[in-house]
Design a protein around this ligand. Structure first.
Ligand code: 6CS
Ligand code: FE
Length: 307
């Protein structure tokens, strides 16, 4: 039965930040949802994603296709009004632009990238339904002073703080600068998406005002991380500008600081199934602002699923 007609879930299937000790439990949701044959990915690509929780596509966009997006990213970086926006997050030390959220809502050029049919069709195939954008952001990770993103499962936050019920979301990281082994590329634990790591530590009020700069609550404990790395190892997809990595909402990931002169600026788009819209946050606090988590506009992106 489609979850669109099922009663809205309110039981917390992935409790976290409640217990005094961390726990690792099995994932309760499919990784690839729906009919895997309905979309552009080949069976081998779907199997890799199912097993590893991510899939990298080199040169999904040609340099010609993305030059406008790259130019817009640079324009935004040099626009001194941008850091004054509520959607802008600056680095705690250098005050350099760290992230710019909700670019799909306030920037026409980047809206086109976030809603690009090449990306939407893949997200629909992985989520087995029509999709909408839960969140978008540029993570600039500038040269010399771009700071790390500590280990975390995005879903743990989107479940606890945004109230997204199920693991039926996928992030898409679009490289607008080369992602090399040296300038703080995405680092993930392949296969970790199959386990849910509940975190220790109650969610503070207005947590996003700190967590988006340096996340310290809703991050896994050392023992759980050690267990995951011992069982699954580490992977760090790199690629030229135009390469794209889809990663499952629950895969454990992070990225190191960038002390090279080479920025690692990626656009991240988070697609959610239209059958998995947020309920009340499971932490019991008020929802996070719309520019971080969509709570009203769930209209499906085009083209329609499996059209
Ligand atoms: O809290 C969030 O939604 C954001 N935090 C991280 C570290 N990754 C996902 C997202 O950008
Ligand atoms: Fe993340």
């Amino acid at each position: 039965m489609s979850t669109a007609t099922a009663a809205r879930p309110t039981t917390d299937r992935y409790p976290s930040r409640h217990l005094p000790t961390a726990r690792i439990t099995q994932r309760l949701d499919p990784v690839v949802h729906g009919d895997p044959d309905r979309g552009p990915l080949e069976a081998s690509q779907l199997h890799f994603y199912q097993d590893n929780g991510y899939l990298s596509l080199d040169e999904l966009f040609s340099l010609t296709e993305i030059e406008d997006y790259m130019a817009e990213l640079q324009r935004l970086r040099s626009d001194r009004h941008v850091t004054a926006r509520k959607e802008a997050i600056v680095e705690p030390d250098s005050r350099e632009l760290r992230s710019l959220f909700a670019v799909h809502t306030h920037n026409e050029v980047l809206r086109q990238l976030c809603q690009h049919p090449k990306l939407v069709r893949i997200a629909q195939q992985l989520l087995g339904s029509d999709v909408y954008i839960h969140q978008s952001r540029i993570n600039y990770k500038s040269g010399f002073r771009g700071k790390e993103f500590y280990w975390h499962s995005d879903f743990e936050t989107w479940h606890v703080e945004d109230g997204v019920p199920a693991m039926r979301m996928v992030s898409c990281s679009i490289s607008l600068t080369p992602n090399t082994p040296y300038n703080g590329p995405l680092m993930l634990i392949p296969g970790s998406h199959q386990r849910f790591v509940s975190c220790v530590g109650e969610t503070p009020d207005n947590h996003y005002q700190h967590s988006l700069k340096r996340q310290e609550v809703g991050v896994p404990d050392d023992a759980s991380l050690t267990e995951l790395v011992n069982d699954f190892g580490l992977a760090s997809p790199t690629g030229l500008a135009g390469s794209v990595t889809f990663f499952e909402c629950n895969v454990m990931h992070g990225s190191n600081s960038n002390i090279t002169p080479l920025p690692r600026s990626n656009v991240f788009v988070v697609y959610n199934s239209v059958h998995n819209t947020p309920v009340a946050p499971f932490c019991g606090l008020p929802p996070r602002p719309d520019f971080i988590a969509e709570r009203r506009h769930f209209e499906p992106l085009s083209p329609p699923y499996a059209s």
